[in-house]
Write a protein that binds this ligand. Structure first.
Ligand code: FAD
Ligand code: NAP
Length: 544
């Protein structure tokens, strides 16, 4: 244990709180509880250092698609002023550098034990504490358990037959070797064309001998418009941070732009195309979907206008008509929006081959490469850009048990649920950062809102001498219905993607996000707190 101290509120506990995860969420929570509330905290991460997503994803081309100056913490005004971003969009190295700076600034690492996986977390109904165990043999107790396990963290590697027989090198993009991979002169294959795949493909094509892309679903993607930030622009951003963060926290997707209020439905194509063209030139995936028109994510006609525009662009960019056709999606534009640095043009390169594995599925991985129904593709390196077991993937890997021995993975057998994205009925003092049915946004602002709300709840409990807090089942069921109703009113629920869990074979579509935006989500959290947490039940320490 790196941080021996007894609990201040429950004397029999080793710690006030155990925090799992050293990404944006876990680190901020560690600072909040330890430094602001003066609590005793022990934090763990299974990785070797801080960073979370940005520690483990190091594939070529990796970039955040939130503008750098809004992909950060906003609570520390001094930090906002002293940190200067170099480019409009930020790569993994720079984000990790920023997170390391944050960790140093707040001496975050002294509360963490790294390379340590939490294997079980069991609520003890006799002591009213969490009993936590790790793969390093730690056995500790705490009043509160906070999980910052990441919603895009547990990897998804399809169970292709023969995967272990491949004689070359193979990697999942989220477990990328820190020393990098040498692609020069190599026959590289990549499965997956999501946000990760498109970035990897665009960056790796110029490095590889040959790149074979195994595409199951073509993607709508638009230019990112990345580039260096001038000093003047940076100063301007810094001077306006107060207003920008206010806007972000009251907005829908929290990406730092005003979402459009103008519907596309009913407008002539010349008018919609003019707006789409301007957005195409200025860059950004969320901007293209939400800043152009107000109804792309909810109206089929408006959505098709955007789809048709992008398909026209593919025809213009890609020289070979057959390849262009393979690259064109004909389904809804209703997954997480993508942006890129020349993705479609990459297919004009002589050393890139596009293989349609929807038309001719992968049969197996062989010692030499990938065998599809069309034949074998020989490879030296095979990359899985196949995404994540999103939202609950890391939760179900831990033996988490609440009251009456109920296991989280059983509770969530059909779909992960929560009350307002942060709490779970039957699991007292269990606080989730980015738990199921939280907001679907640029994530650092949502993380901040949740961490601050959880921290306020914990402080309130301490002030009132409350030992446990848990939401009612009724409130949780109501929240799930609210999230489902909102999702059903959008086109997102009609598309297959990790947002509804359908990227995992055999999994039914289920609502995993609150799609009404960060502003309205924060209102719900604030109302809950202002009501004295009316949807929670509490037990006083004096009643134990
Ligand atoms: P994470 O950063 O995922 O951290 C979770 C941590 O929990 C990990 O370090 C993990 O090791 C640890 N952990 C999990 N289980 C255990 C266990 N049992 N024991 C111990 N430790 C455990 N979001 C955006 O808003 N904008 C973007 O542009 C953007 N780009 C992205 C690009 C990529 C390639 C990926 C994969 C994600 C991107 N995201 C983006 C989402 C990103 O995950 C979040 O923005 C944010 O980094 C999440 O922070 P977090 O702290 O919640 O989780
Ligand atoms: P993803 O969006 O889930 O994409 C996975 C890809 O793998 C899809 O193309 C999928 O095809 C394919 N795939 C999965 N199983 C397959 C199989 N059995 N056979 C063939 N193909 C298969 O995952 P991701 O690209 O890693 O992105 C996940 C999320 O991470 C993003 O939506 C985003 O939130 C975040 N991210 C962000 C950025 C950024 O720019 N900021 C970059 C990377 C990741 P189907 O579509 O047919 O299922």
């Amino acid at each position: 244990m790196s941080n021996q101290a007894r609990s201040t509120t429950m004397p029999s506990a080793d710690f006030d709180a155990i925090i799992i995860g050293a990404g944006f969420g876990g680190m901020y929570m560690t600072h909040k509880l330890r430094d602001e509330l003066g609590m005793s905290v022990q934090s763990y991460d299974k990785d070797g250092d801080i960073g979370g997503t940005w520690f483990s994803n190091r594939y070529p081309g990796i970039l955040s698609d939130t503008e750098s100056f809004y992909y950060c913490y906003s609570f520390d005004k001094e930090l906002l002023q002293e940190w200067t971003w170099k480019n409009r969009y930020v790569n993994q190295e720079e984000i990790l550098e920023y997170l390391e700076h944050f960790a140093d600034r707040y001496e975050i690492r002294k509360s963490y034990q790294f390379d340590t996986k939490v294997t079980s977390a069991i609520f003890n109904e006799i002591t009213n504490l969490w009993d936590i165990e790790t793969n390093k043999g730690d056995k500790v107790t705490a009043q509160h358990l906070v999980t910052g396990l990441g919603l895009l963290s547990a990897t998804n590697i399809p169970n292709f037959k023969g995967r272990e027989t491949f004689k070359g090198q193979q990697f999942h993009t989220a477990n990328w070797p820190h020393e990098g991979v040498d692609f020069s002169g190599k026959r590289v294959g990549v499965i997956g064309t999501g946000s990760t795949g498109t970035q990897f493909i665009t960056s790796t094509a110029p490095l590889a001998g040959h790149l074979t892309v195994f595409q199951r679903s073509p993607q709508y993607t638009v230019p990112i418009g990345n580039g260096p930030i001038s000093e003047e622009f940076s100063n301007d951003i810094k001077a306006n941070y107060d207003a920008s963060w206010k806007q972000i926290k009251g907005s829908m997707v929290a990406f730092g732009f005003e979402e459009s209020t103008v519907p596309a439905a009913g407008l002539p194509v010349e008018e919609t195309d003019k707006v789409f063209e301007a957005a195409w030139q200025s860059g950004g995936g969320f901007r293209f979907m939400f800043e152009t028109f107000s109804d792309i994510a909810v109206d089929a006609g408006a959505n098709e206008a955007a789809c048709t525009f992008i398909r026209k662009k593919i025809s213009e960019i890609v020289n070979d008509p057959e390849t262009a056709e393979k690259l064109k999606p004909y389904d809804l534009y209703a997954k997480r929006p993508l942006c890129d640095s020349g993705y479609y043009a990459t297919y004009n390169r002589d050393n890139v081959t596009l293989v349609d594995v929807k038309a001719h599925p992968i049969i197996e991985i062989t010692p030499k490469g990938v065998l599809t129904e069309e034949g074998e593709h020989e490879l030296d390196i095979l990359v899985y850009a196949t995404g994540f077991d999103s939202v609950d993937g890391n939760y179900t890997k831990i033996d988490i048990r609440g009251r009456d021995g109920l296991q989280m993975k059983d509770k969530w057998e059909h779909a992960p649920t929560s009350y307002v994205g942060v709490a779970s009925s039957g699991f007292p003092n269990f606080h989730m950062i980015l738990g199921p049915n939280g907001p679907f946004t640029n994530l650092p602002p949502s993380i901040e809102v949740q961490v601050e709300w959880i921290s306020d709840l914990i402080k309130d409990m301490r002030d009132k001498g409350q030992a446990t807090a848990e939401p009612t089942q009724e409130a949780e069921t109501g929240w799930t219905t609210t999230c489902k109703d909102i999702a059903d009113a959008t086109l997102f629920s009609k598309a297959e993607s990790w947002i509804f869990g359908t990227n995992i074979p055999g999994r039914e579509s289920s609502v995993q996000f609150y799609l009404a935006g960060l502003g309205s989500y924060t209102d719900v959290l604030n109302e809950e707190a202002a009501s004295g947490y009316k949807n929670f039940t509490f037990k006083l320490t004096s009643e134990l």
